[in-house]
Design a protein around this ligand. Structure first.
Ligand code: CA
Length: 542
């Protein structure tokens, strides 16, 4: 889709982060004590991937966010401080990190040696410039008796479709942890609601992905959320390309013989690198050959075992691909959710069922499946599984003619059942599935036989709506007899999910912004649900 509005100039975009200035130094291989005329920390700060003795600190030197080439081949030495107090009088750790051009002058510091289970303050310094102060919290020591944990999670933030006020409210909640479950950026422009614009080209090259992240990170509300708490992130599809699967593009079916696998692999590698460069991730995330390792676990004492899954990098292609007709392959719907790409709503009929039931098809890949089976073994009271795409079974057809969305776990039934079996076999207690992806709220109880609503409830999935991406169609008609375990649906709102874990109860709030097109909008709780520990199934809080 094309917009009739003019694309803002780089100068206009840069106005929000200190204005354009010229590089005030001669090129050189390594520089410290540099002063730029624009704020080098204009993209903010972040922390993430907490451990009992530390966390990752992140920033990226970007005095010219959309013209990073102006920093040249120079490596900059950036100082960092971690303190026990906000005034930085009680320093706990300090050091110097290298911002190298090969990683877009991003800085990742893996701080260690801190005390478990407490808040710290951090900042970066370069020349006379000092970054804003961020807050980060270490994990409790293993097996610590923990009374409560507050976490919130977000997904699907289309920069053009709305303001990121939901992120501001996430920061105001003062959570211990924020999860991002994917679609942090969008690679392309689609939809009908535009409150602001990013560069019109779909991101393909490393330079394009870097500029997309830089545009996002100039947003003050997103910066607030990153500074407020450590983040634990996984990507979904739009950080690379809509509905990609493993190393296969959504364009593979439509391109036919013209499909260029090497070109897509290069694109995925660029996208993964840009993701790493802009997230508070450990060095161990980025692997040789353009691969990543994002599945990882975080133990919040004896209270919550958090298991994070990567559901894009290793998955089989979506089942029952429609033929490459012009209707499917041409036109402006290619980038829309439910458009002509890999995911679709497909009939579970004879033509599709054999492929759906093929046990060789996978979402996690064999290595991640066996890792998850081990990671789920925990005595923690709650098991939180942070993951990208809808998990619980949802029939989108009729009882006699079922239909399913092929990009979610419903399109991979044996793989889903294997994960349910792993949850049960591991003894994981009180599992909850934390999900993004579909621009709508769903609360659905998960059953032991995932496709049989009459089998016992083992846990609950909370699908969060989008931060700002346009909603998917209302599917309230799927509630009731057709999907009796679906407890709640709303596809008219934007916001995030706030969870308060206690030893006896999990309370979940579906938080909404009242107008995503108004940066001064207010917030509300759309619904609240509670789960009692040891009693599977969510109950509305009235
Ligand atoms: Ca998605």
């Amino acid at each position: 889709m094309t917009s009739t509005r003019p694309w803002p100039t780089r100068r206009q975009l840069l106005a929000g982060v200190g204005g354009v200035a010229t590089l005030a130094l001669a090129p050189g291989p390594v520089r410290a004590q540099v002063d730029f005329r624009a704020d080098p920390f204009g993209l903010g700060v972040a922390s993430g991937d907490p451990a009992p003795d530390g966390f990752v600190l992140w920033t990226r030197l970007a005095p010219y966010p959309l013209e990073p080439e102006r920093l040249g081949p120079t490596t900059y030495l950036v100082d960092w401080d971690v303190a026990r107090d906000e005034a930085f009088t009680n320093i706990a750790a300090t050091g110097t990190a290298r911002a190298v051009p090969a990683l877009a002058h991003a800085v990742h510091v893996e701080v260690a040696g801190l005390e478990a289970n407490r808040w710290y303050f951090y900042r970066f310094r370069l020349g006379k410039s000092v970054s804003r102060t961020g807050r980060a919290r270490t994990l409790p020591a293993p097996d610590t008796a923990l009374d409560k944990l507050r976490l919130s999670y977000a997904s699907c933030a289309h920069f053009e479709h709305g303001f990121f006020t939901a992120y501001k409210f996430m920061a105001e909640d003062q959570p211990d942890l924020i999860l991002h479950l994917g679609d942090y950026i969008y690679e392309g422009s689609w939809g009908t609601r535009r409150v602001r614009l990013f560069e019109p080209e779909e991101t393909v090259t490393l330079a394009q992905y870097r500029r997309r992240y830089a545009t996002y990170r100039t947003d003050p509300d997103l910066q607030r959320a990153h500074a407020a708490a450590p983040w634990v992130v996984v990507f979904d599809d739009h950080e690379v390309q809509n509905d990609f699967a493993g190393d296969i593009s959504q364009d593979a079916v439509c391109a036919g013989a013209a499909y260029n696998q090497a070109a897509f692999h290069a694109r995925r590698m660029a996208a993964y690198q840009a993701y790493y460069e802009h997230m508070p991730l450990r060095k161990s995330t980025l692997l040789a050959g353009g691969n990543v390792r994002l599945n990882r676990g975080f133990a919040y004492g004896d209270l919550v075992n958090l298991v994070m899954l990567d559901e894009r990098s290793f998955r089989s292609p979506q089942a029952c691909a429609a033929p490459a007709t012009p209707e499917r392959c041409d036109g402006p719907k290619r980038l829309t959710p439910g458009g002509a790409g890999g995911g679709q709503v497909a009939d579970v009929d004879a033509s599709c069922k054999a492929e759906l039931d093929d046990p060789k098809r996978t979402i996690l890949g064999a290595d991640q499946e066996s890792w998850a089976a081990g990671q789920l073994k925990s005595k923690a009271i709650w098991t939180a599984i942070g993951q990208g795409v809808p998990f619980a079974h949802l029939n989108q057809g009729t009882k006699d003619a079922p239909r399913i969305w092929t990009d979610g776990w419903s399109g991979y039934p044996p793989a889903r059942q294997r994960l349910v079996n792993a949850v049960r076999k591991s003894g994981a207690r009180n599992p909850v599935f934390l999900t993004g992806d579909v621009h709508a709220y769903w609360v659905i109880d998960v059953t032991a036989d995932a496709q049989n609503a009459n089998s016992p409830v083992i846990g609950t999935e909370f699908v969060g709506t989008s931060i700002s991406a346009e909603n998917s169609p209302d599917r309230s008609h799927l509630m009731g007899d057709l999907n009796p375990r679906a407890l709640f649906h709303n596809a008219k709102t934007h916001g995030y999910v706030l969870m308060d874990f206690a030893r006896d109860k999990l309370e979940t709030r579906l938080v909404v912004v009242n107008d995503v097109t108004d940066p001064r909008t207010t917030r509300a709780d759309l619904a609240r649900f509670a789960i009692e520990a040891g009693r599977p199934g969510a109950k509305p809080v009235v």
